[in-house]
Structure formats: structure tokens, C-alpha cells
Design a protein around this ligand. Structure first.
Ligand code: PHE
Length: 456
């Protein structure tokens, strides 16, 4: 193991950093709009089932694989004897996912910076106009990427851990404040009903795939991030409870974001299924409706959204970054700068795809019968949707069937002794977990993938 790797200083720090990675635009921006596009309550129900049955076992799997090998994503596969096929489909693809998502994630995070400033200067009159002004969008994107690189440069316990420990709790407080306002608006109950009453007839293959994809996006499963963070986790730490905390916090933030957005959507007569612009159109209205202090609340909220994005983007830099540090022997500084600058350059077409460039705005891709228009949306569908699900499937097939899964479950047991003690009828949590990794997770993910591709 190279000496310059670093470690998390405490359990709280690890949970905050991992939850900081998990909680991001995925929860506050992506979750509400995907709920809106998939019919409300029914989607929320399927989503929670996906998190518990598929997401959680995969969190344990990735964290344990990382800690067991103490390596970056590619290193974790290599050092357990993976051949080229598994290295490419499980690890290299994960690096690509992190890198390419980072490239457009930074663009969206840049919008939040614009909205922070606009609370005081009102320079954004509407979302569409703002989004199509390269003079705003690109500099904000650049500022965001610079901030991310700066934090990663600080290293594991000094940079990533310290930032997350402070920023995450602040985020919770603000989220609750805005949710409270939204719930007390006139007509809020309609939105609560839409959000919380599942209409089971709305569940179909697409809804399940969206829920699964959203769960992996949000939990940071299938990106190599949990392998990477797991590799910085000391052996005496409890993977089972830390993982459960990450899952609970991430799901709570997504859930409360919905409870913040939908009452307002209905109170202001907006369309819940309008897509990516949803949050950016609805939130400013909530802030304007405040009797006093709307600007302060609004600016703090967009600041929070930006911060949530920041604790996620730093982990996306860390995945390819740690690969370059471990495998290519680069130093942290060089690796972080190179990843950050390249992601910025690759992200420019996404930044221009909101109307500035006709070419990038109108390009379209037909992905299994669904047409995605605009460079950013295409990247999100490919890297933020399809490829994450493939990486998650490959990682779980790899630990379940290619290497000895016992070694992974022994790793989980270290620091969480009850994992191998009988629970009921002589069955241990370890056995249940192994059953999920070998059978339930790959079968469900595989079937959902096959049905999206149109094979079944
Ligand atoms: N989970 C983050 C979100 O919800 C995205 C992310 C995934 C960040 C993987 C880092 C690594 O926004």
C-alpha cells in the first residue's frame, strides 16, 4: 500500500464523507423531478423498496471490497485477481461513470451558484433564459470545479472529511426549514397526497428501472466511490451500521426534498412532470412567498444545494484521482488538477446544451425507444443511468461468483461481529447478505436491464 493514501480519522467523519458523497443534486434536484415524471407516490414506494433490497447489500459489498484491498477501484479488482473483462466492466467503466457524470454535474451545480447570487440581484428572470446564457453558465461552472479541486487537494482527513463534517449537518437544518414553509402554504395538502399516495397501477418496467437507476445514482452505488472511500476506512469500523446510516440519511434527504417540492408545486399550480427544470422553477417561488427574509432563506438554500453538490463532486474527483495516485504514482496535487480540468473541458458541451449552442442543444439519441435531447440529458441517460446499473451488476457478479464471497463477508464481519451470529433459525445476517449478492441483486438488476433493452 502506498504511504500517501491517508485514512478517515473517525467513524463520524467517514459516515459524513460517504453521506456527503451520497447526498447531492441526486436527492434534491434529480429525485423530485424523476418522481414527477413517474407518477408520484407509486414511484416513491418502488424507490424505497429498491434502496432497501438492492441498494443496501451493494453498499456493504463495495465498502467491504475497498477496505479489504485498501486500493482504488481498479486496484481492488486487480489485487483480487480479476481478468481484463472484469477490470473493464467493473472498474474502468466505474471510473468513466464518475468522470463523465462529474463533467455535467458541475454544470448543474454551477446553476445553483447563479441562483444564490440572483436572490440578491435578481439577474435571473427565468430558468430557460439563464440556462442558455454561456456568459453566466460557464464561469459559474468553472468556479464550482475550482472549489471542488481545492477541497480534494486537502487530502482525506484534512480536506474531504473536515468539509463534510461541517457541511452535512448544516444542510439538514436548512432542508427542514424550507420544507416547513412549503408544507404550510395554502393548497399544500394536494401535493402531499400526490407524493405519498401510491397508485399501484402506475408501476411498470420503466418505473422500476427509473427507481433502480435513481437509487444507484443517489446512494453512489456503481461508481467505484464506495470502494474508494471503503479503502480509507480503518479495520475496526463497523461497515454494517455505517452503511445503514448512509442509506438512511440519503433516503431521508431525498424523501424530505420531495416533501419540500411537491406541496409547493401544487400550491403554485405548477406541473409536477415538467422534468429537469422543476426544482429551479419551484424553489424561487417558495422563497418569494415568504412574508419576510425570503432572500436570505433562498440564498442559504441554494448555497446548501451547492454545498451538497460539492461534497458529491469531490468524491467523483477522488475515484479517478485515487486511481492515478495508486496505480500511476502521481501525487495528489497533479491527479486532482488533471481530473478537475479535464472534466471541466469535457463538460463544456453540457454547459452549452441549454440553448447556447444549437448543435449541442438539439442533438438527440434514441436509447431503447426513449429519445433524449441535448448533450447534458444524453450524458445523464448514458452515464448517470445505464452505465451505473451495468457497473453495479458487474461488481455484484464479480464478488458473488468470481472471487470467494466468504472473504468479503469476513471483511464485513471485522468491526461488526454480530454479522456472523445466528439471527433466527440458525441463519446469520452474513448468509442473508451472501444470498442477496449472489442471487437477488443480480437477478433483479439483470431482468430490469434486459427489459429496458427490449429483450424481454
Ligand atoms: N450520489 C450523488 C448524488 O445523489 C452523486 C454521486 C455519485 C456523487 C457517486 C459521487 C459519487 O448527487
Amino acid at each position: 500500500m502506498s504511504a500517501n493514501r491517508g485514512q478517515f480519522g473517525s467513524k463520524f467523519g467517514f459516515i459524513m464523507a460517504a453521506a456527503g458523497s451520497a447526498v447531492g443534486l441526486g436527492n434534491i434536484w434529480r429525485f423530485p423531478y424523476v418522481v414527477g415524471q413517474n407518477g408520484g407516490g407509486a414511484f416513491v414506494f418502488v424507490y424505497i423498496v429498491c434502496v432497501v433490497l438492492i441498494g443496501l447489500p451493494l453498499i456493504y459489498n463495495e465498502v467491504a471490497l475497498g477496505r479489504m484491498t485498501a486500493r482504488n477501484t481498479v486496484g481492488a479488482f486487480k489485487s483480487t485477481g480479476a481478468n481484463k473483462f472484469w477490470i473493464y466492466t467493473g472498474a474502468v467503466l466505474a471510473l468513466c461513470v464518475s468522470f463523465f457524470v462529474l463533467s455535467y454535474y458541475g454544470v448543474i451545480a454551477g446553476w445553483t451558484i447563479g441562483y444564490i447570487i440572483s436572490e440578491f440581484t435578481d439577474f435571473i428572470s427565468n430558468f430557460e433564459t439563464f440556462r442558455s446564457s454561456p456568459g453566466y453558465v460557464i464561469p459559474f461552472f468553472a468556479v464550482f470545479m475550482l472549489a471542488s479541486v481545492a477541497i480534494v487537494l486537502g487530502g482525506i482527513s484534512g480536506g474531504i472529511e473536515k468539509a463534510s463534517k461541517i457541511l452535512m449537518p448544516v444542510l439538514f437544518v436548512l432542508l427542514f426549514a424550507v420544507m416547513f414553509r412549503s408544507l404550510t402554504l395554502d393548497g399544500a395538502m394536494e401535493g402531499v397526497k400526490y407524493y405519498l399516495t401510491p397508485d399501484f397501477t402506475k408501476i411498470n418496467g420503466r418505473v422500476i428501472l427509473s427507481a433502480l437507476g435513481q437509487a444507484f445514482f443517489s446512494l453512489s452505488v456503481g461508481w467505484g466511490i464506495l470502494i474508494t472511500y471503503g479503502s480509507y476506512l480503518p479495520k475496526d469500523q463497523n461497515i454494517v451500521s455505517s452503511g445503514a446510516w448512509i442509506g438512511v440519511m440519503d433516503t431521508a434527504v431525498a424523501f424530505f426534498s420531495g416533501l419540500m417540492i411537491f406541496p409547493a408545486v401544487f400550491a403554485f399550480g405548477k406541473n409536477p412532470s415538467e422534468g429537469t427544470a422543476l426544482v429551479f422553477n419551484v424553489l424561487p417561488e417558495i422563497f418569494n412567498s415568504l412574508p419576510a427574509g425570503g432572500q436570505i432563506v433562498g440564498a442559504s438554500f441554494f448555497l446548501l444545494l451547492c454545498v451538497a453538490a460539492l461534497t458529491s463532486s469531490i468524491s467523483m474527483i477522488e475515484v479517478p484521482g485515487s486511481y492515478l495516485i495508486d496505480e500511476k504514482k502521481w501525487n495528489r496535487k497533479k491527479a486532482s488538477w488533471v481530473v478537475g480540468i479535464l472534466a471541466f473541458l469535457v463538460g463544456i458541451p453540457s454547459a452549452l446544451s441549454g440553448g447556447s449552442s444549437e448543435f449541442f442543444t438539439s442533438m438527440s439519441l434514441n436509447l431503447f425507444g426513449e429519445t433524449k435531447t441535448g448533450f447534458l440529458d444524453i450524458m445523464d441517460a448514458l452515464f448517470g443511468g445505464l452505465f451505473i446499473v451495468i457497473v453495479a451488476l458487474m461488481t455484484c457478479l464479480y464478488t458473488g461468483w468470481v472471487i470467494n464471497i466468504k472473504t468479503v463477508s469476513n471483511e464485513i464481519e471485522q468491526g461488526s461481529l454480530f454479522f456472523s451470529r445466528p439471527l433466527v433459525a440458525g441463519i446469520t445476517p452474513a448468509q442473508i447478505w451472501i444470498f442477496f449478492i449472489r442471487f437477488v441483486c443480480p437477478l433483479v438488476i439483470g431482468l430490469v436491464l434486459l427489459s429496458t433493452v427490449g429483450i424481454i
